[in-house]
Design a protein around this ligand. Structure first.
Ligand code: GLC
Length: 423
């Protein structure tokens, strides 16, 4: 096992985490980009700081909900692009320790996460909209230099003052002019020096790819997209619209529990993780719509987590189109070792047929109920028909069929695409 594999072992076993976006923007209820998108000058926006007063125990509520949801780690925004830090800092007075509640929420959060048995993730935005040197580095060179120094100091504080940190999620590393040259971005943030310091302070930490350097994790956003085999990746997603990580009071497009589970299953198929976001309300409490969804996901995971935890990449498909394109009409297969889990999103009725399965199964059962299932396997074309299923889906969100094989199952090649016509 390489050091990289060792550091990511817990991450792969987890497969599911909760993201928490909380800051001054939460008080406005229009998402975390409000200061910039409405061009609210820092002096005016900073008036929110003295109103920032989350209920005592809010961080514990987030962590208890994450545990109830079946998440194994939780990530909090320690400072978002707005510049307000949720932790006591020697390098900024614009913090929750010096305004409003006058509390170090990062400390409350890290303690609550550990008390709930969760791994600790910290999100940190490199950019800070209050610095003109971020927007126009040539015109404001001192502001640019001050910003980067302050970033390095604050990251050092986060890596030093809060015990073991398991995951560091940078964000906001892009250049304001969206310069695609990664070396320019790496140079702007002095990212190599920054991450060397992080790893010296937290040798086992996992670092994402948003400081400009690849580091340990790819982070597809609002989409599930697997990285190359062997590389860790994590799909991060909002329950509501993609524009609303922070609390957005009127958010018409909340994903259903079914959809959330489908994304989690798809991430597991690709041996990646799903980081699902909540945006606590101004008082720090979690909105009912988010509590309801996370509770339902947790209930499903409690019964079906074998199909998710520590999953390995699975090449099996339900039904298929030409080549590697897969319709997933019934649902998505996940895998752990020689056992595959067909996670059925659209219940087909008393029979479920999969094609291009390269290995005759040993046995099959409905994981949801434990009920054994008959099957027919046709070597030619690898067609697997699971029979005698109940006419209605045993689980109202996603029924899982567990199929054991004598070896690691995979997708059968289809060199003669017309052959099935004559079978
Ligand atoms: C994007 C958003 C940012 C959010 C982040 C979460 O960068 O702009 O607001 O915190 O995604 O990954």
């Amino acid at each position: 096992m390489t050091d990289y594999q060792r550091r990511l072992k817990w991450f792969h076993e987890a497969r599911f985490g909760i993201y928490v976006h909380f800051g001054l923007y939460s008080l406005l209820g229009r998402g975390e980009w409000t200061m910039y998108s409405e061009r609210i000058p820092p002096k005016e926006y900073a008036k929110l700081a003295d109103k920032f007063d989350p209920a005592p125990g809010a961080a514990r509520e987030w962590c208890e909900l994450a545990r109830l949801a079946g998440a194994k780690y939780i990530v909090l925004t320690t400072r978002h692009h707005e510049g307000f830090s949720l932790f006591d800092s020697k390098y900024s007075d614009y913090t929750s320790a010096k305004h409003g509640c006058r509390r170090d929420l990062v400390r409350e959060f890290t303690e609550a996460a550990r008390a709930c048995g969760l791994k600790v993730g910290l999100y940190y935005s490199l950019l800070d909209w209050r610095y003109p040197g971020y927007f126009e580095p040539e015109k404001y060179p001192k502001s640019r230099a001050d910003l980067v120094d302050y970033v390095h100091h604050q990251v050092r504080e986060l890596m030093t003052n809060y015990g073991r940190i398991d995951l560091l999620e940078y964000d906001g590393g892009w250049m304001h002019d969206l310069d695609p040259d990664k070396e320019n971005q790496i140079g702007f943030w002095r990212a190599r020096e920054l991450n060397k310091m992080v790893r010296e302070l937290q040798p086992d930490i996992i670092i994402n790819n948003r400081s400009g350097l690849e580091e340990d994790l790819d982070t597809p956003e609002q989409v599930v997209r697997a990285s190359t085999p062997g590389r860790g990746w994590e799909s991060c997603m909002c329950i509501g619209d993609s524009c609303a990580w922070g609390y957005t009071r009127f958010n018409p497009n909340m994903k259903t529990p079914e959809q959330l589970i489908q994304y989690l299953v798809q991430a597991s198929q690709g041996s990646g993780n799903y980081l699902l976001n909540i945006g606590p309300m101004p008082d720090g409490h979690v909105r009912a719509e988010e509590i309801e969804r996370l509770t339902r996901v947790g209930q499903w995971l409690a019964v079906h987590e074998k199909a998710i935890r520590n999953s390995e990449r699975c090449g099996l498909i339900g039904s298929s189109q030409p080549g590697l394109v897969d319709l997933n009409l019934q649902g998505v297969w996940t895998r752990r070792g020689k056992t595959a889990y067909w996670c059925i999103f659209r219940w087909p009725g008393t029979e479920a047929a999969a094609v291009r399965v390269d290995t005759r199964p040993i046995s099959a059962k409905i994981l949801t109920t434990g009920e054994a299932v008959d099957f027919e396997y046709r070597e030619k074309g690898g067609k697997l028909i699971l029979k005698g299923l109940p006419p209605l889906p045993p689980d109202d969100l996603c029924t899982v069929l567990e199929v054991k094989f004598p070896k690691v199952p995979d997708r059968m090649e289809e060199p003669h695409p017309a052959d099935w016509l004559f079978s």
